[in-house]
Design a protein around this ligand. Structure first.
Ligand SMILES: Cc1cc2nc3c(=O)[nH]c(=O)nc-3n(C[C@H](O)[C@H](O)[C@H](O)COP(=O)(O)OP(=O)(O)OC[C@H]3O[C@@H](n4cnc5c(N)ncnc54)[C@H](O)[C@@H]3O)c2cc1C
Length: 311
């Protein structure tokens, strides 16, 4: 069998929270991914896709079936500023590559952790940019089909939306394998400066000193905000990538900055982050998620929705 048994996935999570996976496998090539899916199917194991682990809250109970870690790296230069990037490439490595070659278009992603595949699935975004912006096409492995089959979709077929794509809608039905990006030429030093500015911004405002999984909740599109509460938040609306009310503000105004449960805490530095400051359990984090939802609903009559995934 390809797989390892009883691997503690907390070490693969940026949160350092989790438990044992029944089976675990790191796939370093597309062929590895196909072989693992084949084997899991033969053994009737469910498959959970893990990549950088920067957006998943695992339970201490662990994960039944196979945890398949996507680590196919490799970046290939195509014609005319196009690049083909493996899903397992770390965003920071992709940014290093574009700086070295003077390829512009992903500067907004400076400091965005995780992999290219994870970012495509969730259409990750920041500073007005989104993963979809430079995408041309995405290849994925459809594992819901009777016989796993590789699909190629043009950007227009990927159903990108705010932190959403066809790959996320299909739950674990498809594994993003690689993607082609259309970049444009720019001086490397200008690309590097923009990226460094974003990294600095994040270092100053995000609680990166503690294990975390980024923003817990999505920001709230202003147009969906209840009419009766709109006046209270209109001064704080920002455009990223369309007018949104920052959830960090709502949690802060609900009086929850610095509130803790066990070893987890709503970050006083950025209240949409819940940090693991002292051996937090998944239940500690979930208690704070419930608290934030309840208090924000009471005060603003809006439902907070998770950006993170549970496993
Ligand atoms: C400090 C910090 C800052 C962050 N800032 C931002 C931000 O500014 N904007 C933003 O959008 N997000 C942000 N995030 C969240 C996170 O980094 C992104 O969502 C990231 O794109 C997740 O990638 P990953 O490889 O870590 O995915 P993981 O966390 O490993 O997985 C996330 C989900 O994607 C699925 N998945 C992963 N890879 C694949 C694949 N190849 N095919 C199919 N499904 C897959 C997994 O099953 C899981 O459901 C931040 C996180 C942290 C810790």
């Amino acid at each position: 069998m390809l797989f390892e048994k009883y691997v503690d996935v907390s070490s693969c999570s940026n949160y350092r929270i989790g438990g044992p996976a029944d089976f675990f496998y790191i796939a370093r090539t597309v062929e590895d991914i196909e072989a693992a899916v084949q084997e899991a199917r033969g053994a009737k194991l469910s498959i959970f896709i893990l990549a950088g682990g920067t957006n998943i809250l695992f339970s201490e109970k662990g994960v039944r079936g196979l945890v398949l870690k996507i680590a196919n790296d490799g970046i290939e230069s195509l014609d005319g500023c196009r690049i083909k990037v493996g899903a397992g490439v770390l965003m920071k490595d992709l940014l290093g590559y574009i700086v070295a070659r003077g390829l512009s278009g992903l500067e907004w992603a400076g400091g965005l952790p995780g992999t290219v595949g994870g970012a495509i699935r969730g259409n990750a975004g920041a500073f007005g940019g989104e993963m979809k912006d430079r995408l041309v096409e995405v290849r994925s492995l459809d594992i819901a089909a009777e016989k796993p089959v590789i699909k190629k979709r043009q950007k227009s077929e990927c159903e990108f939306d705010y932190r959403m794509s066809v790959f996320r809608r299909l739950a674990s039905g498809e594994i993003v394998l690689d993607a082609v990006f259309q970049m444009e030429e720019r001086k490397p030093e200008l690309i590097e400066k923009d990226i460094q500015d974003k990294i600095k911004y994040r270092e100053e405002r995000h609680p990166l000193e503690y294990p975390n999984i980024g923003s817990i909740f999505k920001n709230i599109p202003y147009e969906t905000f209840p009419e009766e509460s709109k006046a209270e938040v209109s001064h704080i609306v920002k455009t990223d990538p369309f007018p949104v009310v920052p959830t960090a503000y709502l949690i802060s105004e609900a009086g929850l900055k610095g509130v803790s449960s066990g070893g987890a805490m709503i970050s006083p530095k950025h209240p949409n982050f819940i940090v693991n400051y002292n051996h937090a359990t998944s239940e500690d984090v979930k208690a704070l998620i419930r608290l934030a939802k309840d208090r924000v609903k009471e005060k603003y009559h809006v439902e907070l929705r998770e950006e993170i995934e549970y496993a």
